[in-house]
Design a protein around this ligand. Structure first.
Ligand code: SF4
Length: 107
């Protein structure tokens, strides 16, 4: 049996907006600035895995990936299994509001 996969977000590639949170709300919620905070726990539900795969496939910035690797939670991730990082902590204000650069978002 293969180890369960986990969803990850590359915060450098991600441009916010949060299209992914609409596709897989079970694993992603948006912080106050529209950036995704991802549940880094193992995905064991088939329906949630289908949603996660769809989110990865449709992310316009290729900022989402599925991996088997366990990773320490960061401010951009949280885990159902982590007693040290709560969702409330994960939403801490580490991203100041972005200044508009005039760059167009793809979504
Ligand atoms: S869809 Fe991709 S680029 Fe858009 S918020 Fe989600 S991870 Fe970031």
């Amino acid at each position: 049996m293969e180890p369960p996969q986990r969803l990850r977000v590359n915060p450098i590639a991600c441009d916010g907006v949060g299209y992914c949170a609409e596709i897989v709300p079970e694993l992603i919620f948006l912080d106050d600035w529209g950036f995704p905070v991802v549940d880094a726990g193992p995905i064991t539900n088939d329906a949630v895995m289908r949603h996660a795969r769809r989110a990865v496939a449709t992310c316009p910035r290729l900022a989402l990936l599925l991996t088997e690797q366990e990773e320490a939670p960061t401010a951009r991730t949280t885990s159902r299994n982590s007693p040290t990082l709560t969702v409330a902590e994960a939403t801490g204000a580490i991203h100041p509001p972005r200044a508009h650069s005039g760059e167009q978002s793809m979504h």
